[in-house]
Ligand binder design. Structure first.
Ligand code: HOZ
Length: 435
């Protein structure tokens, strides 16, 4: 049955009069793929439903937080219980200490944590802390990595910024951009060269340990350890942005997977159980420089919000269940293998490149290998748009961007996997027309 779109089109036209571009975050618009986004009414488990009544198997997962699927019962129960006691106090609570303790127990490099309300805030604050502690202004950032939309990071940024062709935004002061030194992902020699050219000037190397905002790009062998070693040599702090990878690729994050210990880590998404949240944490001797103990100022009215803390705590409890990540890995592996086979059946198996790290993956419409933004950005946009729309029409909801990850949740069933692979067969056939 053809997908109905009338109600979404009307609602989106109305939205576009009062919301800029009809959205509250640019990547949600269909700018790169064309068409009108479905306007969502509700979601449950692996399924998301629009206001026309179309239901899709969802691989956006709220751009990361919905690792348990949507409206997971333990999370809904925890939020309900929390909000009955009031939704914000502007004062300490026990539940924020419980979630902080869970984060500290999960991630070895984190001794202390501070909660904020978004990933952007987390990275912005971690970098301020790094600058404050080191007395240095410059940071090194990888081209195509996305660390939220604070000024210093909107330089050669991935995610929605790259999708819209504005990786470096107007409005960012030249001074803020000048302090951000750029290097391709996976280019250790490039990092070394920058550190040597800027002795005692670089506060931090900021990196997504698995890049998830230029599609999915994995760190090459020795890359993360190499960054650690370079940072040690140059007295520079290493910051892992694990807003996407934290609690997604394993309970200990990407740093647990690769066995590399950053000085500071940023988190978000999953730790708020689909409520607005962010966090940064790390070595106690660094974190102790934050106000009110130290001089580096950082604050937030809704930070440690009890409903978000409750949702995060309930989510982390589910993730600790025996076999959780093994099951997630098995389902993710089946999806990736099935989709790769579908691409081969459509005659484009050697013309596409699948990258996957656990429950985050993506298909690039280029033979690859895709190891950095330069190799990601040559993905064929017409083939991607054809694939995206064929998946949507078939009932599979993907992010409307080549540079976002396809994310799997614990709620995805065997039937979802089968349905997705079938849909991919048609989608790759549509993409093949452009390759
Ligand atoms: N970190 C998300 C992108 N991978 C943010 C989504 C958004 O910009 O709305």
């Amino acid at each position: 049955m053809a997908r109905r779109t009338e109600k979404s089109e009307t609602a989106f036209a109305h939205a576009s009069k009062v919301l800029v571009g009809g959205v509250n975050s640019p990547v949600r618009a269909f700018a790169a793929v064309g068409g009108t986004p479905p306007v969502i009414a509700k979601a449950k488990g692996s399924q998301i439903t629009d206001i026309d009544g179309n239901t899709y198997v969802d691989y956006v997962c709220g751009y990361g937080p919905a690792i348990l699927g949507h409206a997971s019962e333990p999370v809904v129960t925890a939020i309900n219980k929390a909000v009955r006691n009031g939704t914000t106090y502007g004062a300490p609570t026990e539940i924020e200490t419980k979630l902080a303790s869970a984060v500290v127990a999960a991630i070895e490099s984190i001794d202390q944590v501070r909660f904020v309300s978004s990933g952007t805030e987390a990275v912005m604050s971690a970098v301020r802390l790094a600058r404050g502690v080191t007395g240095r202004d410059k940071i090194i950032k990888c081209i195509g990595c996305y660390h939220g939309h604070a000024d210093s990071f909107l330089v050669a940024a991935g995610s929605g910024a790259a999708t819209l062709g504005t990786p470096s935004s107007p409005g960012v002061p030249a001074g803020a951009a000048a302090a951000t030194l750029l290097v391709e992902y996976n280019d250790l020699a490039g990092v070394q060269a920058i550190l040597e050219e800027n002795p005692t000037e670089v506060a931090a190397v900021l990196v997504e340990p698995i890049a998830g905002n230029m599609g999915v790009v994995l760190p090459g062998p020795g890359y993360l350890q190499g960054l650690r070693d370079l940072c040690d040599t140059h007295d520079t702090l290493l910051i892992f942005d694990e807003v996407i990878t934290g609690f997604r690729v394993g309970y200990g994050g990407a740093q647990g997977l690769y066995g590399v210990r950053p000085d500071l880590t940023t988190l978000g998404k999953i730790i708020g159980g689909c409520m607005p949240v962010g966090a940064f944490g790390g070595r106690a001797d660094i974190m102790q420089n934050l106000a009110p103990i130290g001089d580096v100022y950082q604050a937030g009215t809704l930070s440690g919000n009890p409903a978000a803390m409750a949702a995060g705590l309930a989510t982390l409890a589910e993730l600790r269940e025996e076999g959780f990540y093994e099951r997630l890995e098995a389902v993710s592996g089946e999806i990736a293998a099935g989709m790769q086979a579908a691409a081969t059946d459509a005659g484009i198996g050697s013309k596409v490149c699948f990258n996957r790290a656990g429950a985050m993956m993506c298909c690039f419409f280029t033979p690859g290998p895709v190891t950095d933004f330069a190799s990601a950005s040559v993905s064929n946009p017409k083939a991607h748009a054809a694939y995206f729309h064929a998946m949507l029409d078939a009932g599979v909801y993907l992010a409307p961007s080549q540079f976002e990850a396809m994310l799997v949740s614990a709620a995805h069933t065997d039937a979802d996997v089968e349905f997705t692979i079938q849909a991919a067969g048609r989608a790759f056939a549509a993409a093949a027309e452009f390759m």
